[in-house]
Design a protein around this ligand. Structure first.
Ligand code: GDP
Length: 478
């Protein structure tokens, strides 16, 4: 029983309580003591086994050399805020879209493809249309590597900034080659030479200085040198990557983004990594499944198939999968449903497990008394902006001392939404509802996620309770 385990851990030199979680090493230690082999199964391993059970493998061998065909590189644009990532993505999209005549206005579906001519050949490049490294990192956190090449945007007037370095480090950590776009060279104060010098210090040495990183001076605003930038991407891909995939097999790839459309139901933008996806295929995407009812490209045109490197919006799933989750074509709808249901059950179980460790205000007090917690995160929602402000002001005046901190991580007017609950779950926050209630499924979701929502209609009552909790949270002084 629990007490015996705690006792045993204690004798092994680990001080834990019965409800505390322990790390993997401790589990292994405990296993040894009890003469069991402890096998820690990661969610990835578990999923691999699940697919194996259906004779499927994500990222399986693609067959002979002869079966492989070139595929376009997949590019993410990264860099410091305001350096022009969005502008560059927009400029590239409007200037170089494939089959411009065929489509109308390009739509934002999360990824798009452009064509450029290099040495007389038409070459395609796929851009992930979400700037910043959040998307990149979120996908990597899920174990998905969507990006082949990163374009690091640095504004020539600003030079290298903290997020430039952060982005650079993310790309390096992922082993993704970098092409530097020195942007805003239309500005009189632009100093592209300085940018080159700065990045050299971080190990990105320009080719013209004898290094192996291509730097291209561009202006997203004046659409200057965009073709050169595309060429640099192609050349970098050719020099350092073997981008080939087998188009003649069942498709698999990644979900770039997904949402619930009022009219069309769940809509997912996917990126085919290998094989060819066709209308009518049965697929599993994350915990969603279904038959591909229709596919649209970035111009809103219907397409019948999508080959490797091709982004497409897929209609026909029963649920919207998460960004960075994988999709895979399976034999039939039944198999798709079985896999999706197993995944969903597992997600639910993982959620339950997480829920148990999540905090309520009472837990906060308890853990504060033990001297563990120092921070209380709050999300404030109220019926009118005046009450939210008043609440926040009063909270700010609570004297909590130096050992505890109170952080209002989000505030707003209106009902408590699913987004609020999401944020609360992610940051272990408590939601304060002042004269407002949860909207739609938000309440249900809070229950499921174990997020505490406290309702008040009198400000001082809210303040009193939070203050009490915080005071209770103060570590005893010796
Ligand atoms: P992001 O935060 O990196 O996505 O940056 P944005 O694309 O939103 O651009 C930030 C600001 O810089 C906007 O006001 C753009 O109009 C401006 N900007 C972007 N590219 C250029 C450029 O090449 N030249 C000039 N002069 N301004 C630019």
């Amino acid at each position: 029983d629990a007490a015996a385990l705690v006792q045993m851990l204690f004798s092994l030199g680990e001080m834990v309580t019965a409800t505390e979680s322990v790390d993997e090493a401790t589990f292994e230690l405990l296993g040894e003591e009890l003469n069991y082999t402890v096998q820690i199964v990661s969610p990835e391993d578990e999923d691999r086994e699940l697919l194996e059970g259906f004779d499927l493998e994500f990222g399986a061998d693609e067959g002979d050399e002869d079966d492989l065909a070139f595929r376009p590189p997949i590019v993410t644009v990264m860099g410091h805020v305001d350096h022009g990532k969005t502008k560059l993505l927009d400029a590239l999209r409007s200037a170089n879209v494939v089959d411009k005549e065929a489509g109308g206005i390009t739509q934002h579906i999360g990824a798009y493809q452009v064509a450029t001519e290099v040495d007389g050949d038409e070459r395609r490049i796929t851009f992930i249309d979400t700037p910043g490294h959040e998307a990149f990192t979120a996908m990597r956190a899920r174990g998905a590597q969507a990006t082949d090449i990163a374009i690091l945007v640095v504004a020539a007037d600003d030079g290298v900034m903290p997020q430039t370095i952060e982005a650079l480090n993310h790309a390096k950590a992922a082993g993704v080659p970098i092409v530097v776009a020195v942007n805003k060279i239309d500005k009189p104060e632009a100093d592209p030479t300085k940018v080159r010098g700065q990045l050299t210090e971080y190990g990105l040495v320009p080719e013209e200085y004898g290094g192996d990183t291509m730097f291209v001076d561009v202006s997203a605003k004046s659409e200057l040198n965009l073709d050169k930038l595309l060429e640099a991407v192609v050349l970098t891909a050719d020099a350092s990557l073997d981008l080939r995939a087998n188009p003649d097999q069942d498709a698999q790839g990644l979900v770039i983004e997904a949402h619930l459309d009022r009219g069309r139901g769940p809509v997912a933008t996917i990126l085919v990594q290998r094989g060819t996806l066709r209308v009518g295929d049965s697929i599993v995407a994350g915990a969603g499944h279904g038959r591909v009812r229709a596919m649209l490209d970035e111009h809103g045109n219907n397409i019948e198939e999508a080959d490797p490197g091709r982004p497409a919006m897929v209609l026909g799933l029963n649920a919207a999968p998460g960004a960075g989750q994988t999709f895979i074509v399976v034999d039939d709808d039944r198999m798709a449903r079985q896999i999706a249901e197993k995944r969903e059950a597992r997600e639910r179980a993982a959620m339950q497990a997480k829920r148990r460790v999540r905090r309520t205000l009472e837990d906060f007090m308890a853990s504060m008394e033990k001297g563990e917690t120092q921070e209380l995160n709050l999300i404030l929602k109220g019926d009118v902006s005046g009450s939210v402000e008043a609440l926040e002001d009063s909270l700010a005046q609570i004297d909590v001392g130096e050992e505890v901190s109170l952080r209002v991580i989000d505030r707003g007017v209106g009902a408590i939404t699913e987004t609020n609950v999401d944020l609360a779950a992610a940051s272990d926050a408590i939601i304060i509802g002042f004269n407002v209630r949860p909207q739609g499924k938000a309440g249900q979701m809070a229950d499921k996620e174990g997020v505490e929502i406290r309702y008040y209609s009198v400000i001082y009552q809210a303040i009193e309770e939070i203050e009490a909790a915080l005071k209770g949270m103060l570590k005893p002084e010796y």
